[in-house]
Design a protein around this ligand. Sequence first.
Ligand code: GDP
Ligand code: PGA
Ligand code: MN
Ligand code: MN
Length: 580
Amino acid sequence: MTTKNQELASWVSSVAELTKPESVVWCDGSEQEYQRLIDLMLEEGTLSPLNSETHPNCYLHLSDPQDVARVEHLTYICTDDPEAVGDNNNWLAVDDAKQKMHALYDGCMQGRTMYIIPYCMGPVDSPYSRCGVEITDSPYVVVNMKLMTRMGARALARIEREGTFVKGLHSTGELDPERRFIMHFPEELSIMSYGSGYGGNALLGKKCHALRIASWQARDEGWLAEHMLILGLESPEGETHYIAAAFPSACGKTNLAMLIPPEKYKDWKIWTLGDDIAWLHKGEDGQLRAINPEAGYFGVVPGTNAKTNRNAYDMIQQNTIFTNVAQTDDGEPWWEDKKVGEPSVDWKGNDYTPGNGPAAHPNSRFTVSAKENRAYSSLAEAPDGVPISAIIFGGRRRELAPLVYQAKSWEHGVLIGAGVASETTAAATGEVGVVRRDPMAMKPFCGYNFADYWAHWLSFAERLENPPKIFHVNWFRQDAEGRFLWPGFGENLRVLRWIIERCKGTVDAQETAIGYLPLEDGVDIADLNIDPAVWRALISIDDDQWRQEMDEFGDYLDSFGERLPVALRAQHQMVKAALT
Ligand code: GDP
Ligand code: PGA
Ligand code: MN
Ligand code: MN
C-alpha cells in the first residue's frame, strides 16, 4: 500500500528521511495485521498473554513506570500569536517548537519499523468526521489505534478523496521524561509527540487530534469539539433522549455512558454512543447533534466491578488490551476494587507486596472496541449523529457543589461550564486530590484561549433555535470520614430522569442563586435509605461557601482580561448579586 495523495506521500518520505527507520509499513487496519502485531509484541516481550481460557484475546502491557499518564506540563500549543492560545495552555513559537522536535526525531527510528496509520475520527461516511494520519514507531500504538479509531484502507480512501488530514508524528524515543513533549500546530493541522507511549500522549487521534486540534477547527467552522460522553436514555414507553456530559478525566464519564439502571428502574435503558469525546454540530434540522469521533474506549480500570458497572466489567473479559494492571496467580488481570481474586504480580511486574502501593496503577487502562459493549447504540454509526436534549457539566467536589442543578439559560449554562472545578486525578501526572479550575472539563484539551472558547460557546444561543438545557452534577460529595454521600453508579439514573423531566417541563424545581435544584421529592430516592439530613445537604447550597466560590471564580475570570466576553461577566455578576 502507498498513496495517491501527493502531500501524504511527500510527508511520509520526509519523516522517513529524518527519523531513519529500518522499514516502513502502511497499515491497512485488518484483523490479520492486528494479530501480526500482537504476536510481534508477545515475541518482543512488550506484551504478555493473559489467561486465555477466562480472558480470550486479552493482553497486558506494562509501561515504563515513569510513563503512566498525560503530561500537561509538557504539552504545548504552537502558533504565531501566543494570545490566541491563552494562559490556559503552554505556548511555543512554531519555529522554536519544530527545531526542538526535529533534534529529538533525528535518527530516532533507527533499527525500528515506522508504521503509517490512516484513520478517520467519526463514521467514515459522516460529513462531520475528520481524518488524520499518525506515523509511529510503536506497534502498541498501532493496535490501540485499531481499537480506538476507524483505521486503514477506508480512512485512506477518504483522505485521498478529500485531500485534507491531520498529520501526527509520534516516536516513543527513549521514554526519558526529560526528553518528552507533545506539541500541537493547529494552524497547520499537525501534531508532534516524542518520548511517551501513554494513550493520551501517543494515540494522537484522541486528545491531540479530536480535542486540541479539533477545538481550534471547530471554532473556525462553527461547531464544538468537547470532552463529553454521549448517551441515550430510553424510557419504558420507548422514548429516547440524548445527553452529552463533560467531566474531567477519571470523574465518571465511561461509567455514566454505560450505566445499568437499578432494579427498580429495570425497564429503563441506557445506550452508549461515546464515553470521552463528542463533536457537536448544528444539524440540518436546526438541532445540536452529536457524533462520537472514536470507535473504542480507553477506560480507567480500577473501580470497575460487576456491581459498579456490569456492562464495563463484562466488556473487558475478552478482546481487550490492559495497560498497567496487576495479575493473579492464574494470569488473570487484577485491580483495586475488582472484588474477585488476589494480586500476585503488581503493575511493575514485581511480586505483589501489600504496603508497597496499589497492585494496579490508579491510572491503569483498558483498550477495547466499542462493539464489545452490549449497550453500544447503533446510532453511534449514524452519519448525522443524535440530537442532544441536555448538556451536563460535572466534577469531583467533596464539598460545595450539590448533586444536581440546572442553568437558568444557555448563557448561564456557559458560566456554569466555565466554573467547573474538580479534584485532580491520576489521569495526569502531578498531585492528586487538589481542586483546580477545569472549565468544561477542557483545561488540558482546549487548543485555544478559554476567553475565545467561552465566546464561541455563547454564540450558540443565537445559532440554535432550541439549544439543549444545561445542568451540573456532582456524584462525589463526602462526609467528614470521606464516605460518599450519594451511592452513584447505577443510581445516577435517578438524576438523569430528573434532568430529562426538567427538559420536558414535567417536574418543578426550587430556584436558587446558582440555578434550579430538585425539590425534596423531585428525585425518587424513597428506597435508597439516604438519611433525610444528608439528602437535604445534597440538594441545597451553602450561601457562604458559594459567595467565596464566586469570588474565587471571579478572580479566575479576571485573569482573562479584556478578552473575557462581556456576557459571561454579566452572568457572573447576576449570580453574585443573587447570593447577597
Ligand atoms: P472517566 O475517566 O471520566 O471516564 O471516569 P470513569 O467512568 O472511568 O470513572 C473514574 C473513576 O471514578 C473510577 O474509579 C470509577 O469507579 C469512579 N466512579 C465513576 N462513577 C462514579 C460514581 O457515580 N460514584 C463514585 N463514587 N465513583 C464513581
Ligand atoms: P478519561 O480519558 O477522560 O476517560 O480519563 C483519558 C483522559 O482524559 O486522559
Ligand atoms: Mn478523557
Ligand atoms: Mn473514560
